[in-house]
Design a protein around this ligand. Sequence first.
Ligand SMILES: *[C@@H]1O[C@H](CO)[C@@H](O)[C@H](O)[C@H]1NC(C)=O
Ligand SMILES: *[C@@H]1O[C@H](CO)[C@@H](O)[C@H](O)[C@H]1NC(C)=O
Ligand SMILES: *[C@@H]1O[C@H](CO)[C@@H](O)[C@H](O)[C@H]1NC(C)=O
Ligand SMILES: *[C@@H]1O[C@H](CO)[C@@H](O)[C@H](O)[C@H]1NC(C)=O
Length: 397
Amino acid sequence: MLRQVKKVFLVLVGILTMTFVVQHIWVTSKNVRQGLVAWSSKEVQSIEKNPCIDRRASEYNRVEDIYCIVLPEFLPHLKNPCFYDIVQNGTKSLRCLPYFYILGIDKSGSTDFHNRLTKHPQVYGNLGTLDKETEFWSWKRYGFAFKRKIEQRATLDFYLDLFSPLAGNITARNETNLVTGDATPMDVYDFRGWPMIPQNEGLQEPRILTPHLVKYIHGQHRPKFIIIFREPIERLYSDYVFLKYGKDPEEFHQHVVLAITMMKECIAMFSRRFCFFDDDLLQKLPVRIHVSCYSVFLKEWLQVFPRSVFHIIRTTEYANEMETTLKEAFHFLELPSVSPDIMQDMVNEDRRHETANKTSTVLPETRALLRTYYSTCNEEMAELLDDQRFLWLDHYS
Ligand SMILES: *[C@@H]1O[C@H](CO)[C@@H](O)[C@H](O)[C@H]1NC(C)=O
Ligand SMILES: *[C@@H]1O[C@H](CO)[C@@H](O)[C@H](O)[C@H]1NC(C)=O
Ligand SMILES: *[C@@H]1O[C@H](CO)[C@@H](O)[C@H](O)[C@H]1NC(C)=O
Ligand SMILES: *[C@@H]1O[C@H](CO)[C@@H](O)[C@H](O)[C@H]1NC(C)=O
């Protein structure tokens, strides 16, 4: 009896192993076809625990299943996470992921910050918008272009190509300490694509979001994240005017009242996570009121990555103490400090993407309404970051 059970057990194990091997040969050959090289034994282990579902997604222009991708190991002598990819004709080409991400947030100075950061001789931009925005993780992967939908869904292969200036320079100059980043300000909060992630299928609320996917694809490498936050009401009005939702403070007031009602109605029926990550609601909101409630989004990132890999900056300090802020960022990024000349250049660089004249004009009643609306979010932020500055009291005196 016992022997029979053992036999059945062994047969089962055999079948499972075979299935496993066959699956992985498939992964390998597909990755080679796509130009991604073979896996190592360590990666096989991580795949065993890994919920790859839709291997053929990108062939059918479905949203790519990041968990089905197995990257080769990153080259240990490079500071930036890069690997060799075997191209069809046998030549090797270097491909890279970002070493750091500037995750956000819109209208808070991240473009200006990135622009100065890339004056550091070791920091490279990418081929995205303004040398910095790949729009991959929150938009292009899902076929989003803000509120529009586009036919083609970007794949990781496309993403890796955007970092070819860094890869090319590492190869050409054999410099091992160069790094690059992705500064897409929507990445921190725009989770609208979640229902298209295969691992979330059929769920009422997401299980897997961008932070999980970024963590998975970075494997042993731990990326660094920078986020710049601006006082929520100033940010909201700036966003409103910049995106042409409206143009004057009276209109803004009406839209804020309406948006608060819409959010409340949604939350009365669904969870906060559902409402804040919902594409249908975003399409209808007359002002992007949810984006300034930072804690909802930051929580998701902090559930996946430890606090120590985030460097959080307030626009207030960035504007007032630029040199100090830049130095602290270099320190966080483990980059050497720059010469006084370069630092002068960085600080004197013209401001980018400045959107002037805003909050002074927000009506006092709108301001009061929004202060109440954001009070919970701000308290949560102060608690998450253990930093009272995120109550923004210095802006409310
Ligand atoms: C094949 O190799 C040559 C160098 O020998 C290279 O110039 C060419 O770009 C490669 N072709 C492809 C498709 O990568
Ligand atoms: C090196 O980087 C610069 C700036 O990003 C870029 O213009 C250039 O094409 C890169 N060189 C190579 C060989 O990729
Ligand atoms: C590149 O640099 C590494 C050490 O940093 C060295 O071992 C290697 O030989 C160099 N390669 C070339 C082509 O110069
Ligand atoms: C900013 O506001 C001032 C007065 O408050 C006005 O004179 C100026 O034209 C405004 N600038 C812009 C760019 O709207």
